[in-house]
Design a protein around this ligand. Structure first.
Ligand code: TRP
Length: 331
């Protein structure tokens, strides 16, 4: 018997190309798990990617590579809808309509807007200001109630709920208030040990890397800065490599920590074990991904089917909104 699903999940990610182990542990793994309990819709948000105008020449390639990673990781196009934001243009119409119920002052106080405005003072565009309105439209056009995100998106979701409440108040209850579902993943630090793992900081390990590349990248990782020589005792609790061991070698942690603390194993050997652990864990993923790469046109087919299924829901919601706002005669 098929159990009743709990509700509808929507999440989006900017198409950044090949995904790394931080993306996997922080988001993708969770997306995969949610498919069992919810109706899931996952989207590559290409329009959002335009707000910072990075990599638009690589946009198509980045979408393709991210989707290959999502599919190989276990997002299942039979169960979930996988699509590209701009392929369902109704969301841009809803964005415009929602913008009419969104006070300007709500948008200028969003922390990510202020930060982006600081980072790119030469390109504080109108789209950047409207970013959270488009994000709200993404979610509510599918009437999703649950949104798996990282902490950095909580302010956006708060705003989404405010916009929804205002719309529902002005035009009668229409949208559920979307709730965040925080991933219970630890922060995955980059190989440089300083910040979050990220492609733009080039401190990442791609899921699709070869075992040799993985080994080479891991060897560049920072360890406990106080451990200068092999004979110095190390501190696993501050070591970035150890935090990755927790993810990829959970069965060997006691041995790893003990030998580190007592200077019985050097960092180079310890990193080799980490590379082996990562390669072991990712082997089935990498095989599945290669299988998908060898099916030309497969990703395009998945995305065309996803856009088609998403459009059916989006058109229905948009029609309801247009009627409520007086743009169309009520049916
Ligand atoms: N803003 C999100 C990010 O940068 C991406 C995103 C766009 C999103 N639309 C969304 C996330 C809708 C969740 C739901 O990560």
């Amino acid at each position: 018997m098929c159990a009743q699903k709990k509700g509808r999940v929507f999440s989006g990610a900017r198409p950044t190309g090949r995904q790394h182990i931080g993306n996997y542990l922080g988001a993708i793994k969770n997306y995969v798990a949610l498919q069992d309990e919810y109706d899931c819709i996952y989207c590559a948000v290409d329009i959002h990617a335009l707000t910072t105008l990075e990599n638009t020449d690589k946009l198509q390639e980045n979408i393709q590579e991210m989707m290959l990673d999502w599919l190989a990781a276990g997002l299942d196009p039979q169960r979930s809808i996988l699509f590209v934001q701009s392929h369902v243009p109704e969301v841009m119409v809803l964005h415009t309509l929602l913008s009419m119920v969104t006070p300007y002052s709500w948008l200028t106080r969003v922390p990510s807007f202020k930060e982006k405005a600081r980072q790119q003072p030469e390109n504080i565009n109108y789209g950047l200001l409207g970013y959270p309105v488009l994000m709200t439209a993404d979610i509510v056009i599918y009437k999703a109630d649950t949104v798996p995100v990282g902490e950095d998106q909580l302010a956006h979701l708060e705003l989404a709920r405010e916009i929804v409440r205002r719309f529902n108040h002005l035009f009668s209850p229409t949208f559920p208030e979307p709730q965040p579902k925080l991933t219970q993943a630890p922060l995955i630090v980059g190989l440089d040990g300083s910040q979050k793992m990220s492609k733009s900081l080039n401190n990442h390990i791609e899921l699709a890397a070869t075992p040799e590349e993985t080994h080479k990248r891991v060897m560049t990782a920072m360890t406990d800065p106080q451990r200068q020589r092999k004979t110095d005792p190390g501190r696993p609790e501050v070591c970035n490599v150890y935090s990755l061991h927790q993810q990829f070698n959970p069965d060997k942690l006691d041995d790893i920590a003990y030998k580190c603390r007592n200077a019985l194993r050097g960092c180079v050997e310890c990193k080799g074990m980490l590379a082996d652990g990562i390669n072991r864990e990712l082997k089935p993923f990498r095989e599945r991904r290669q299988g998908l790469v060898e099916r030309p046109g497969y990703v395009k087919e998945v995305l065309a089917d996803g856009a088609q299924r998403a459009s059916v829901i989006a058109r229905e919601t948009l029609l309801e909104v247009e009627e409520k706002m007086g743009l169309k005669a009520k049916a």
